[in-house]
Design a protein around this ligand. Structure first.
Ligand SMILES: Cc1cc2nc3c(=O)[nH]c(=O)nc-3n(C[C@H](O)[C@H](O)[C@H](O)COP(=O)(O)OP(=O)(O)OC[C@H]3O[C@@H](n4cnc5c(N)ncnc54)[C@H](O)[C@@H]3O)c2cc1C
Length: 390
């Protein structure tokens, strides 16, 4: 078990401050975020000041140093409001940042992590057209300019749906450096500054939900990076780094789903207790109570699963099956809870400016990125069978 860098007492304080920030500063501005498709600068600055851009980055590199058990508690709080807030620093603490934390050389960590912890943004650039669920099909190429070990690398390729690309300072780019063979997938991972010549960020995608969280295509045309940009100094790290970082990220996304499901439940209970039909609160109808009961049961089960999964991750007991099971269960649960929340609200639940309408759209993404529900099922089932055969 890795020891926590942050004591329980200090963590309680960080969590309480985060909860206060989310509920008193962000929740009242959800409509503004939605209408402008942007998290206001003052909220971004406040989040940076609180250390949220690097809460899962080790303290020696300027972060708060929270471990995964603490991360999931943060995610459950951050999920209580527009998911765009968390998305702003989600790639730093999660998929992109953890590739550096887990696999970077000391020099690479020193060069980048402190900048991320204080408000710069890293994006994780893996997905390509035709290489989403199955990254081994990726076609972005990295070629050494010469045969020497210290030669530059030249990167060419196109990525899509890259979260935070329009505001990124750094891209963590996965590229094929050789064909897959018996020794591995042939995928390496590079640190590419967003202002490097040949990096082109496309226009912001027009999405179904999560207004304020931005994604776009990113293309790399003859982008030259030094040998020191190869993460971990080895071409063989990329695929493992992606899989490890995504597995850890799944526990976080599961927790985020629990947070937003809790909000959908609270909105539903509040509405059921006050809205009336025929002079009676709709919450007095047993069929409405049944919907609330299903929502509550899902949230409680999800929260317990997420906490258990984070502990199993930290102890090293299970870093494969449980993260996928938690993501599968919690994101599907959040989808059901959000759907029920709209139902509890009746026609008003279908109206813009009602939180559950936004939540319904926001949660849909959780079942798609960082591995679809189908991919989680394949990981769970595949690993169970493999273990039985071993
Ligand atoms: C808003 C948003 C943000 C994102 N952010 C990032 C990011 O920051 N970085 C990044 O690299 N990527 C990002 N992604 C990409 C995301 O991870 C992929 O979209 C996702 O993994 C699915 O890949 P795909 O879109 O290529 O769909 P596909 O893989 O083509 O999937 C289509 C359907 O086929 C199913 N399917 C695919 N393969 C199998 C199989 N073997 N067996 C059974 N079913 C299968 C899928 O489950 C799905 O239902 C983001 C996507 C979105 C929408």
């Amino acid at each position: 078990m890795t020891t926590a860098e942050v004591s329980d007492e200090d963590f309680r304080e960080i969590l309480a401050q985060t909860r206060h920030f989310v509920r008193s500063a962000v929740v009242p501005r959800e409509q503004e975020i939605l209408a402008n498709d942007r998290v206001p600068d003052d909220l971004r600055e406040q989040a940076a000041k609180m250390g949220l851009f690097g809460y899962a980055i080790p303290q020696e590199f300027g972060g708060l140093g929270l471990n995964l058990a603490q991360d999931v508690e943060m995610a459950m709080e951050l999920g209580y409001t527009s998911l765009a807030l968390r998305s702003m620093f989600g790639t730093n603490n999660g998929i992109a940042g953890q590739v550096l934390v887990g696999f970077g050389t000391d020099e690479q960590k020193t060069q980048w992590l402190e900048r991320l912890a204080t408000g710069e943004v890293a994006s994780f650039a893996l997905t390509e057209p035709g290489a989403g669920s199955n990254p081994s099909g990726l076609r972005t190429k990295a070629v050494r300019d010469g045969s020497r070990e210290d030669a530059d690398w030249i990167i060419n390729g196109d990525k899509r749906f890259i979260t935070n690309a329009p505001i990124a300072d750094l891209f963590v780019v996965f590229a094929r450096s050789r064909p897959a063979d018996d020794n591995g997938a042939g995928i390496a991972v590079f640190l590419v500054p967003a202002d490097a010549a040949g990096v082109q960020v496309g226009v912001k995608d027009d999405k179904m939900g999560q207004e304020g969280a931005w994604t776009s295509d990113v293309s790399f045309t003859d982008v030259r990076v030094p040998a020191g940009a190869l993460i971990g100094g080895s071409e063989d790290i990329g695929y493992r780094a992606a899989m490890t970082s995504l597995a850890r990220g799944r526990v976080h996304i599961a927790a985020l789903a629990v947070g937003i499901a809790q909000r959908a439940l609270d909105e539903s209970v509040g509405y059921a207790a006050t809205a009336t039909q025929g002079g009676k609160p709709i919450g007095s109808f047993q069929l409405v109570q049944a919907m609330l009961a299903d929502q509550q049961t899902g949230v409680l089960a999800g929260r317990a699963l997420v906490r258990d999964t984070a502990q199993r991750w930290l102890s090293g007991e299970d870093r494969r099956i449980a993260p996928s099971a938690a993501k599968l269960f919690c994101t599907e649960m959040a989808g059901n809870v959000a759907d029920l929340a709209v139902q509890v609200h009746g026609g008003s639940g279908y109206m813009r400016e009602v939180p559950v309408e936004r939540i319904y759209r926001d949660v849909r993404l959780l079942r798609l990125y960082e591995g679809t529900s189908e991919i989680q099922r394949l990981i769970i089932g595949g690993n169970l069978v493999k273990a039985a055969q071993a």
